[in-house]
Design a binder for this molecule. Structure first.
Ligand SMILES: [Zn+2]
Length: 88
């Protein structure tokens, strides 16, 4: 039945999400000790100087900066969001 298939798909999606979370957590724990020679994001080589300067890094400088900027932009959006709700 069509309904049954849809339900199965939803459950599988949840399982996939859990697995993805587990992989993400394992990667985060790994990042603490073991760095990477290639960037996790863009796969370009991470300079040896950076590997030594930031032990356990898995991102190149460019991707790390992009990530940092995203964090900053995110908190700005949150702040303007609460400002909007105050105006209402
Ligand atoms: Zn990169």
């Amino acid at each position: 039945m069509a309904g049954g298939w849809a339900k199965d798909g939803a459950v599988q999606e949840q399982i996939d999400a859990s697995v993805a979370d587990a992989i993400k957590q394992a990667r985060a724990q790994l990042a603490k000790g073991v760095g990477s020679e290639n960037c996790d994001e863009c796969d370009s080589a991470i300079p040896l100087a950076r590997q030594k300067a930031v032990p356990g890094t898995r991102l190149c400088i460019k991707c790390q900066e992009t990530k940092d900027n995203q964090h900053q932009r995110h908190s700005t959006i949150n702040r303007s969001g609460s400002k909007d709700s105050q105006l209402r």
